[in-house]
Design a protein around this ligand. Structure first.
Ligand SMILES: [Cu+2]
Length: 203
């Protein structure tokens, strides 16, 4: 094949890829969370709320939350409903993992027990809401699993920035959850390639 033909073939392939991408209309939300009366804009979960008549398969890949140096790491984890979280103990001491409720519903309380260093214990989070992780051996330990109804979620970085990728074009409701602030709700239009969003979370 001549070099020219290769170039033409490559151009056609790229063109087809662009057409396919356009048809799929997978867009992004880029945003920044500002805080009022809260010390940090980090670790705030931002997610697209349930979309009417749309169901999502539970993700197959587990998410790991480490217990390391007497802390749950990461401190805040967002997962799609149905995700299995593997709780890993990386400390030489036994930890305990339990949550007294999911978003205040005590029927969803669960105690995973205690296990030694290097071992993991899985739990599938099937209920939307927030599980406040605690360890009954070390009262200073705390963490959060934010279970979202869609696969479109993020957790803010130190500056409050977040990015949610590959969202089908449409209008949605964006919600936030923060350890210290009130939850927020905001409409978001993801019709263009990238929706830019500014959110404020207040004490
Ligand atoms: Cu502990």
């Amino acid at each position: 094949m001549s070099p020219n033909k290769i170039v033409v073939k490559a151009a056609v392939a790229i063109g087809l890829a662009l057409v396919a991408n356009g048809a799929a209309q997978a867009n992004d939300i880029k945003g920044k969370v500002s805080v009022q009366g809260i010390k940090s804009a980090e670790n705030i979960a931002v997610y697209v709320d349930a979309i009417p008549e749309k169901k999502f398969d539970a993700p197959k890949a587990p998410v790991v939350i480490d217990q390391r140096k007497m802390a749950f790491l990461p401190h805040v984890v967002a997962v799609q409903q149905g995700t299995t979280v593997e709780f890993l103990n990386s400390d030489p001491v036994g930890h305990n993992v339990y949550w007294p409720s999911v978003s205040g519903n005590k029927k969803l309380a669960h105690n995973l027990g205690t296990w030694p260093k290097g071992e993991k214990k899985p739990f599938q989070f099937n209920d939307v809401g927030v599980a406040s992780l605690l360890c009954n051996v070390h009262p200073e330990m705390s963490g959060y699993v934010v279970v979202t109804p869609t696969p479109y979620f993020a957790v803010t970085d130190k500056e409050g920035n977040f990015e949610i990728k590959n969202i089908p074009a449409g209008k949605y409701t964006l919600k936030t959850w923060s350890e210290d602030g009130k939850p927020t709700t905001q409409a978001v239009d993801v019709s263009g390639a990238t929706a830019t969003v500014e959110l404020t979370v207040k004490k």
